[in-house]
Design a protein around this ligand. Structure first.
Ligand code: SAM
Length: 227
């Protein structure tokens, strides 16, 4: 036995898309880092650590950076990097290899984009209903844009879906979604979320840890304010 020469040309178990270090950038655009954003950023930190990618939170004013919630501070350096600079000022990032995730982009994100881009930029925006186009502010940077379908996702969902397409090579259309899910707040009340989520194992919308509780608390508060 001499091994067939072609055998040495067989691909190894990992695809070219796997194993590369990706950079996920969220441009923080809210006046505060509130409870909702904190839970989203923790989820993105955890998932970035698990996939060996970097997570930059950019355009954070120094006053907010100094006063980061303790629960988020724990992820600093591994993998979270918080900076007051905007994404264009990060030396690690090369403009021609950056993708802006933009609901208004013409082209959809596809697994082939894994070879095109090394960094993915998202708006750190709390969703609104109807969606105001605040992602527009990020278009001035001139990055190539890709959309993830027409329905607005929460920021952590948009990062999660991008990761599934780029790192796991799943086409957008194959990902199971939960659209506008109805959340039960208590025995009598429920609320409909104006977003698309990834569908979890039991068919539930996949949300950051603690988010459901936060939504319930907020609902209680506005109920109290009403009376
Ligand atoms: N209504 C919002 C706006 O003002 O643009 C949508 C913001 S969304 C909650 C937060 C970020 O997630 C967006 O800035 C974008 O980067 C990303 N995102 C959410 N849904 C998306 C989609 N369908 N396609 C591409 N990017 C999306």
């Amino acid at each position: 036995g001499i091994a067939h020469p072609f055998l040495i040309m067989l691909p190894t178990t990992s695809t070219p898309a796997a194993g590369k270090k990706r950079i996920y950038v969220v441009e923080h655009m809210e006046p505060e880092i509130g409870a909702w954003s904190t839970l989203e950023y923790i989820a993105i930190s955890t998932e970035s650590a698990a996939s060996g990618s970097d997570f930059y939170l950019t355009s954070v004013p120094p006053s907010l950076a100094e006063d980061l919630p303790e629960s988020l501070r724990r992820y600093i350096d591994a993998p979270l990097k918080v900076t007051s600079r905007e994404v264009t000022q990060l030396p690690e990032i090369h403009a021609d290899r950056v993708c802006l995730l933009d609901p208004q982009a013409v082209e959809e994100l596809s697994p082939a984009d894994a070879d095109v881009f090394e960094a993915f930029v998202f708006g750190g925006i709390l969703g609104d209903d109807p969606p105001r186009d605040r992602t527009a502010e990020l278009r001035k940077y001139g990055y190539q844009g890709r959309q993830l379908g027409k329905i607005q996702m929460t920021t952590d969902t948009a990062v999660r879906v991008t990761r599934m397409v780029i790192e796991e090579q799943q086409p957008l259309a194959k990902i199971p979604y939960a659209d506008y899910p109805e959340l039960k707040l208590n025995k009598n009340e429920s609320t409909q979320m104006p977003f698309r989520y990834v569908k979890g194992k039991e068919g539930e919308p996949y949300m950051p840890e603690g988010m459901l509780e936060l939504i319930k608390e907020d609902a209680d508060k506005s109920f109290d304010d009403f009376f």
